[in-house]
Design a protein around this ligand. Sequence first.
Ligand SMILES: Nc1ncnc2c1ncn2[C@@H]1O[C@H](COP(=O)(O)OP(=O)(O)OP(=O)(O)O)[C@@H](O)[C@H]1O
Length: 366
Amino acid sequence: MSGLAVDLTLDLPGFRLAVSQGFAPSGLTAVFGPSGSGKSSLLRVIAGLETRAQGRVSFDGQDWQGPGCFVPPHRRAIGYVFQDARLFAHLSVAGNLAYAERRARKAGRNPDRSGIVAALGLEGLLTRRPSGLSGGEAQRVAMARALMTAPRLLLMDEPLSALDDAAKGAILPYIEAIRDGMRVPVIYVSHSVSEVARLAHHIVMLEAGEVRRAGLAQDILSDPAAAPAFGIRAAGSVLRAQVLAHHDDGLSELAVAGGRLLVPGFAAVMGAKVRVRIAAQDVILSRQRPEGLSALNVLEGELTDLRQGQGPGVMVRLRMGADQDVLARITQRSARALALAPGQRCFAVIKSLSIAPLDVGGSGPT
Ligand SMILES: Nc1ncnc2c1ncn2[C@@H]1O[C@H](COP(=O)(O)OP(=O)(O)OP(=O)(O)O)[C@@H](O)[C@H]1O
C-alpha cells in the first residue's frame, strides 16, 4: 500500500491515542482537532519519537514500526517542522540548510537545493543568522531545512501558531508551494479551520485520541454534521474557482460552480485555479433570486441538507453542482419562515467583503 498507514495505540497518563488510519500518498492532509486531542502525539509516533506506542506504522508498504521492528527516527526519511523554528543559532541560514543536506547525502538522497531555496524565497536570507530573522522568515528556513533532508514524508506541527495574522498570510503561499511543487506528502497538524480550509486536500479529524472523521477536505468542511467540531462560527465550505478578471474597483472576479464570485482583489494570473473559503455565517439564503441588494454575489444551488444545532441556528448545505457545496448558517426561525426543505432550488447571497485575503489561496493539483 502506498503512503502512510498507522494502526496504533499510545497510552499516556490520563490519555489514550488509538488511531487506525491510512493517509493519502500525496498532497496535504490536515490532522485537525481541539487542544489535547492527540495531534502532536500522533505526529511523534509517526516520526518514531514516541517509543511507548504499540502497533504498526508503515510507509509505502515498508514497516517503520511493527511486531519485532522499530526503525529509528533518523532512518525514516521524515522532515519535521515544529511550532518554533528550532534553527541552529550558531549557523547562518545557508549553514542550517547545508547541515540538513549533508545528512540527506549521507543517506543516499539528493535534495534539490536551488529549487528548495527558490520555493521558500530564501535567496536574500542565506548569509543571515537565525537571530536576525523574523518569526515568519525563521519558519520558512525551518521548512526549507526539513525539505533539504529530501524527506519521503513531511510532518508539520502547527508551524504558523506562533505567528501573527500578517505573517501567517505571508507564509501560506510558501506552504502551498511546498504542497504543490515538492512531490512529498505533507501531514499538517492544526486547530485553525481557516488554515485547514486554505491548505488541506484531506482531513483527519481527531477528538479525544480517536479519529472522528476522515476524507476529502471539501466534503468534510461542507458537511453540516461536522460543523460543530470546527466550531459553528468558524465552519464554512471551500469552493474551487478560476480567476476571470481583476477589476479597476479593487475586486477580482472568479468563476465557481453556481455562478460568479466577486472577492477583494488578490494577486493571481488570469485563469489561475484557486480555492475560496466561505464562512457559513456569512451566507444569506433566499428562495427567489434576490434583487436590489448591496451584496454582489448570488449563487444558485439545490438544498441538500438541513441540520439543527443546539442553539437557534441551522446549518444548511446547498449543492452548486459538480461536488461543490456552500454551507450556510441561518436561524431556525428563518428556515421555518422560508419553509426550507431538501430538494428546493435556493440562492446563496455572499458579501464580497466577508471573504478575507486569507480565505483565497492556490488550489493545488486536486
Ligand atoms: N509525554 C507525555 N506524557 C504524558 N502525557 C502526555 C505527553 N504528551 C502528551 N500528553 C498528553 O496527551 C494528550 C494529547 O496531547 P497532544 O499534545 O498530542 O494533543 P494536541 O492535540 O497536539 O494538543 P495541542 O493542540 O494543544 O498541541 C494531552 O492530554 C497531553 O497532556
